[in-house]
Design a protein around this ligand. Sequence first.
Ligand SMILES: NC(=O)c1ccc[n+]([C@@H]2O[C@H](COP(=O)([O-])OP(=O)(O)OC[C@H]3O[C@@H](n4cnc5c(N)ncnc54)[C@H](O)[C@@H]3O)[C@@H](O)[C@H]2O)c1
Length: 457
Amino acid sequence: MSDKNKPKKSGSLSRRDFLKSSAWAGLGTALSSRMLKAKSPAAVQSAQESSDRINIAVIGVGTQGRVLVESCLRIPDIHFQAICDIWEYSQVYASRYLQKYGYKVNIYEDYRQLLEKEKGLDAVIIATPDWMHAEHANACMEQGLHVYCEKEMSNSLEKAQSMVRTSRRTGKLLQIGHQRRSNPRYIHAIDRLIHEKQLLGRVSQSYAQWNRSKSDMLGWPKKYTIPPEKLEKYGYRSMTEFRNWRWFKKYGGGPIVDLGSHQIDLFSWVYGTNPSSVTSCGGTDYYDKREWYDNVMAIYEFKTVQGTCRALYQVQTTTKYGGFYEAFMGDNGTIVLSEVPQFGNWAMREAHAPEWDSLAKDGLLESETPPIQKVDTKNVFLDVRVTQEAGRWPLPVELAKPPHQPHLENFFSAIRAGASLTCPGEVGYETALTVLTTNKAVGSPRKLRFQKEQFKA
Ligand SMILES: NC(=O)c1ccc[n+]([C@@H]2O[C@H](COP(=O)([O-])OP(=O)(O)OC[C@H]3O[C@@H](n4cnc5c(N)ncnc54)[C@H](O)[C@@H]3O)[C@@H](O)[C@H]2O)c1
């Protein structure tokens, strides 16, 4: 059913309906189940006294901003000093949440006032809509602050480029929020098994997808409607666009950028190079009143030292079939990964491949779970060679933390101890170029080619 057939009016939601809407309800569950494990007020006290303390502010405390806050609460010696958001709802929600953990933060509507008034800050976390990232990140770095900025770096390449350049010029750290880059399961699979151990042999094909069920446009509690003059002041054309910015060209890049960039980024990590071309197809076929493509299928080509490799990607917003995962396919085996390990955290060995038992003995893989032998169906001859599925070799690395926590930890270790960022602005820019060009390729009848120099910000 398209949006047209769903008469629900945005803006008429009760607060209860609003909280029940999937993204918010999901966050609520995540927060409440983790609350006990996050910092206690006593830990807050010790963060305030520690010499290792990092003072932070968060700009944009909407859905993702609060997910990042929750992860930071679990990291020692991170001290929340201020938050900034133009929406009262987000300000109230985030400040009350932080108060539960003993933080009485200063609250700002305009980031310029935050930068002017707050003294002693070390870093800022930015989780505003994509189109504001460059303005916010550049101002913070100019002010001498390190920046953790959510993906997508920007919905404009020029703006993304300006962020890398500001980071270089000011010498301030810029971490972009492609958090799989710091996930120990992904690091083990890609750096250790695929690159170092060459577990899969020659990897020349990859596939990834993010499929989601259909969803209505997000609403808001009436009491928190932002007056038109204020929306205009901050560049939003309406409350509907403010809440659903991802679907509008002015503010975001649509599903291929929003969801796809996390996974398309991995193709380049696995192949060790950026794509040489993209062909893509998609459209705004299902929903009304959304500007960006609600489905995209793209094929990337990579020229690697081992020859031409390809990757196929799809994002769907009307079916959750298959969920979200990535598969890297080599002539000796395949690794399937997902940020949710139940959807992918295993390797599959081709029958002719060198043995993997010694890797399992060394703890790099878990032992093979036996293949499923399919049962014969009546009167049909089934060849055992096609009915026998490959066994799975589970990967032994677990992440017993929220998925964004290691990425934030990497950022804070870079500030404290000079660790290398796993997703500095340069890497974020390469991914931004790839996904923003994929959107362009949807509207193009031909394959779009990338030049190597284009990836340099
Ligand atoms: N890494 C991930 O897994 C992940 C997941 C979801 C979202 N994100 C990214 O996080 C960012 C935020 O996404 P979201 O889902 O939280 O969106 P959201 O709309 O829920 O939250 C955005 C917040 O920013 C505030 N805001 C808007 N313009 C502002 C401005 N000029 N100054 C201050 N505050 C402003 C809004 O009021 C809102 O509270 C996006 O860049 C998105 O791509 C990343």
